[in-house]
Design a protein around this ligand. Structure first.
Ligand code: IMP
Ligand code: MG
Length: 181
């Protein structure tokens, strides 16, 4: 899989070191409040497993499954929720967890939906944030790394559902995208 990458942006050790820092920050911010983490599937599975094990405090976990790409490398702007029920987070402190903040459509839409249930607070944690103009404005309180506007895979991020199990994050070779997109 690594030979499909144009270059590696963050290796496994770099990601894990950054997760140590993020977890320390989150644990400190929520030391007096019980957290409900809502992980957005499938992209955040690896992040969820690695980050949550670094949080030394009681918390609840829920997952939301959404799709926005339908196979390509650009959002369709339309988000499909794959579950019938939203998690019961009324009165709770919610931390939304996603792999990457790109156009902002996914997190803006989910945030609105979650806020409609009446949580006490909502914050956002993403591993990656692309520096670009977004379709929807979203602020993430916890950001692992900022990257340029390039298509990346690995560590949970996919291209047509592949590469999620790559331990590092890298830029996918352009010709591989052009061949199938
Ligand atoms: P947004 O709605 O455009 O912000 O995109 C959010 C979702 O698109 C993420 O949760 C990812 O699943 C996917 N995504 C955005 N950029 C990339 C990328 O560079 N590589 C892989 N997936 C991406
Ligand atoms: Mg995806």
């Amino acid at each position: 899989m690594e030979e499909d990458l144009e270059r590696i942006l963050f290796d496994e050790a770099t990601i894990h070191r950054r997760l140590d820092e993020l977890a320390a920050q989150i644990a400190n911010d929520y030391r007096d409040r019980e957290l409900t983490v809502i992980a957005i599937l499938n992209g955040s599975v690896i992040l969820m497993a690695d980050l949550l094990r670094r949080l030394p405090m009681p918390l609840k976990l829920d997952c939301l499954s959404v799709a926005s790409y339908h196979g390509g490398t650009k959002t369709t702007g339309e988000l499909v929720f794959r579950q019938l029920w939203m998690p019961d987070i009324a009165g709770r402190h919610v931390l939304l967890l996603d792999d990457i903040l790109d156009s902002g459509v996914t997190l803006a839409t989910i945030r609105e939906k979650i806020e409609g249930i009446g949580p006490q607070s909502v914050r956002i944690c993403v591993l990656l944030e692309k520096k670009k103009t977004r379709l929807r404005h979203v602020d993430a309180e916890y950001v692992g790394f900022q990257i340029g506007d390039e298509f990346v895979v690995g560590y949970g991020l996919d291209y047509m559902e592949r590469y999620r199990n790559l331990p590092c994050i890298g830029v996918l070779r352009k010709e591989l995208i052009a061949a199938t997109a």
